[in-house]
Design a protein around this ligand. Structure first.
Ligand code: B12
Ligand code: SF4
Length: 450
């Protein structure tokens, strides 16, 4: 079949992110010899380009990748759904091919997005299952009943994590990656799926499953090398927490080095104490940036967020990474359950003791479906089961308002470049764009470290 895969994402903050998910879908469809063409909305200078591509290619089926739903900012929320509606309208005007929705954002809100975008099918979870969907359509059978596939009415079956997923054979080829190679030269790579932790607000285990499923290190090293050969100057590892499986992460890093990967890379880490020498080994294998999902530096708040570590663990992990010569950043998420003015101040004071770092401070915990936070908000009467949460709803802690917590953070952060509140907004996006144009690559937050 002729399949057009469209990446709808045009968010460029903090930087444009290569649509990695579509590599996996493309690789899966290639196994059945489908003719796949990809269209990246980041790469189109004007939306009219959609119609031209559809007219030229004449797809039998269109897959639309929905990564982001909104900017998850409680104080200045921005929804990306109106843009997706416009893309959908242009696809519908250009042809009659059935449209299949997928992607991490879609997986969080499948029924609502099927309805709003009036799509024909959706795939909840891993998009490799599009193979089965196309096989059913080709054989004139209904795809309903295949795990993860839903139709417009929302009827369908819950997804089950795939056992083994094929890795895109050669990684990102220059034709689809060109835009990203020019905009900072960053590509990405996923070394495993899943997260075993149970942080109450987190949607990642629903998107990727709780069981860690690692890809073979040698294959990953070849995929990393293919990206380097395609021109990538930096790799971001997209795993929920790279160190959630310390053995696999070490094997992957060593395989990178053995394969001859020379470009730097970075990843998200849980700030837990790692075995001695862990970060040194990763640093020797090219790791440069450690992004810790710390969220709070108050033990009661960490407990109430369901985090698998304490304040002491955070300091220990920080020192381990710093001693290995790595750039270290911490993400914080204020105003969740258990937060009040005193815990906000405790976290802010403890942050002062983290040396040589950058702090990304977010305020307001978005409530996602299938999370303990969702159930807690229901039990506390903050939500009713019928209230839609596609338009973001943020948890309201009893002890402090989101606005007040934001004010405390703002006051503390004012005038300090390494305290980046709410992602730094458009201004820091623009600074990054300028630095990329000058030839810099990578997340670049190390320039702010103090
Ligand atoms: C890594 C990551 C980042 C990194 C990206 C680094 C990089 N260079 O790649 C950084 C930190 C930069 C980042 C930033 C942001 N992120 Co982010 N990020 C992620 C994360 C953890 C992984 C995404 C990923 O690459 N996965 C690996 C690929 C292989 O999987 P995938 O894309 O999901 O694709 C699979 C399926 O979804 C499906 N699929 C994908 N496309 C399609 C298409 C079709 C047709 C089909 C059938 C299937 C299908 O098949 C694929 C293979 O199985 C997800 C959470 C998660 N665990 O998914 C959040 C996530 C995507 N991010 C999110 C958000 C909000 C953002 C930001 C907007 C945050 C902000 N306020 O700044 C920005 C936007 C950046 C941008 N330019 O788009 C949200 C999106 C939901 C929402 N509320 O909108 C998520 C889901 C996290 C969450 N809060 O739940 N992010
Ligand atoms: S916040 Fe991080 S460690 Fe916690 S469940 Fe989510 S991905 Fe896992």
């Amino acid at each position: 079949m002729r399949v057009l895969l469209v990446s709808a994402n045009t968010v460029i903050e903090p930087y444009p992110v290569y649509p990695l998910g579509l590599d996996y879908v493309t690789a899966a469809l290639a196994q059945d010899h489908h003719d796949v063409v990809r269209l990246d909305m980041n790469d189109l200078t004007d939306d009219g380009g959609i119609t031209a591509v559809v007219n030229r290619f004449g797809p039998d089926v269109i897959g639309l990748s929905l990564r982001n739903i909104d900017n998850t900012d409680a104080l200045r929320p921005v929804s990306f759904i109106p843009r997706y509606r416009r893309i959908m309208a242009m696809l519908r005007a250009a042809c009659d091919a059935p449209v299949v929705l997928g992607g991490s954002g879609f997986t969080l809100f499948p029924e609502a997005l099927m309805r709003i975008l009036a799509a024909d099918f959706g795939i909840v979870g891993e998009g490799e299952r599009m193979r089965e969907l196309l096989a059913a359509l080709q054989n004139g059978q209904t795809p309903i009943g295949i795990p993860g596939i839903i139709e417009r009415s929302g009827r369908g079956v819950a997804p089950v994590p795939l056992g083994a997923t094929p890795l895109p054979a050669a990684g990102a080829g220059p034709t689809v990656a060109d835009y990203y190679l020019k905009q900072g030269g960053m590509l990405n790579l996923q070394t495993k799926r899943g997260c075993p932790f149970r942080c109450i607000y987190c949607s990642y285990p629903h998107i990727e499953g709780r069981t860690l499923r690692g890809q073979p290190p040698e294959q990953l090293a070849q995929a990393a090398l293919a990206r380097q050969q395609a021109g990538a100057r930096y790799l971001f590892v997209t795993d929920s927490a790279f160190n959630a499986d310390s053995r696999h992460s070490l094997e992957v890093a060593r395989a990178f080095k053995a394969a001859g990967l020379t470009i730097p890379w970075g990843a998200f880490f849980a700030p837990v104490r790692m075995p001695d020498g862990y970060f040194h080994t990763l640093a020797e294998c090219g790791l440069e940036h450690v992004e810790f999902g710390t969220e709070a530096l108050d033990n009661a708040v960490l407990r109430s967020y369901g985090k698998p570590f304490t304040v002491a663990d955070v300091f220990a992990a920080h020192m381990q990474a710093r001693d290995a010569g790595l750039h270290v950043a911490h993400y914080f998420l204020f105003a969740g359950p258990g937060e009040d003015a005193q815990t906000v101040r405790a976290t802010l004071e403890n942050i002062e003791m983290l040396e040589k770092t950058v702090l990304f401070l977010f305020c307001g915990m978005r409530i996602y479906p299938h999370t303990a936070l969702y159930r807690q908000a229901l039990a506390e009467g903050q939500l009713s089961p019928r209230r839609p949460i596609l338009a973001p709803v943020f948890y309201r802690p009893a002890g402090i308002s989101i606005a007040k917590a934001a004010e405390l953070i703002e006051t503390h952060a004012r005038g300090r470049v390494h305290w980046v509140h709410a992602g730094g907004g458009q201004a820091s996006g623009e600074i990054l764009q300028r630095m990329y144009r000058k030839g810099y690559s990578g997340p670049l937050w190390e320039f702010l470290a103090r």
